[in-house]
Design a binder for this molecule. Structure first.
Ligand SMILES: [Zn+2]
Length: 182
């Protein structure tokens, strides 16, 4: 299918840009829980990505330069450490996960990095996960980038679907984000 080829081309360009291949050869990393590394040593070129610049503006380079990343074997995909705001990534996900998913998750988490810097409460349990303003904002950035990459609504829906989200939640989130889920 034509769109798939187009999409793959885009992804490969993206992969090149992010140097994910380099990032995936991580045998040199000692997987000690809690150890953090400079984010830009593993995720390269993101400071040139428009979607990232839209999050941090002129401070993009500075923020990414000081951001730390931790690799772990526990937990889900990726999240922000609530104590100091560093990024935590599951190594298995990074190695085996869909590259578009990983890329969109990075965009999502970088929005949380910005929110953390602004002193916003990332884990506000007064809200349902899919209605939490910090989550909606993060998903908005990721979905916008997904659309820019050429993903259609069905593919974006697939991306949004996670095991901790009920069907109702997914429907609500999709509606909020103006994504049509069948
Ligand atoms: Zn989030």
């Amino acid at each position: 299918m034509y769109w798939r080829e187009l999409l793959m081309n885009k992804i490969f360009r993206l992969v090149k840009k992010l140097q994910i291949d380099k990032l995936l050869s991580m045998d040199k990393i000692v997987f000690v829980k809690g150890e953090t590394y400079p984010f830009i040593d593993y995720f390269k070129g993101l400071e040139r990505v428009k979607a990232v610049r839209q999050i941090f503006g002129k401070e993009t380079e500075e923020v990414l330069r000081s951001l730390k990343v931790e690799f772990t074997w526990i937990g889900g995909y990726m999240w922000i450490n609530s104590a100091d705001g560093h990024l935590v990534v599951n190594s298995r996900y990074l190695k085996n996960g869909d590259r578009i998913d990983i890329y969109l998750d990075l965009i999502h988490e970088l929005v949380h990095v910005k929110q953390f810097m602004e002193g916003k409460k990332l884990f506000d349990t007064n809200y349902n996960y899919t209605e939490r303003p910090t989550e909606v904002e993060a998903y908005r950035h990721a979905v916008e980038e997904a659309k820019r990459l050429g993903l259609n609504d069905a593919q974006i829906c697939q991306y949004l679907k996670t095991e901790w989200m009920s069907y109702e939640d997914l429907k609500n989130l999709a509606k909020t984000l103006n994504v049509k889920c069948a």
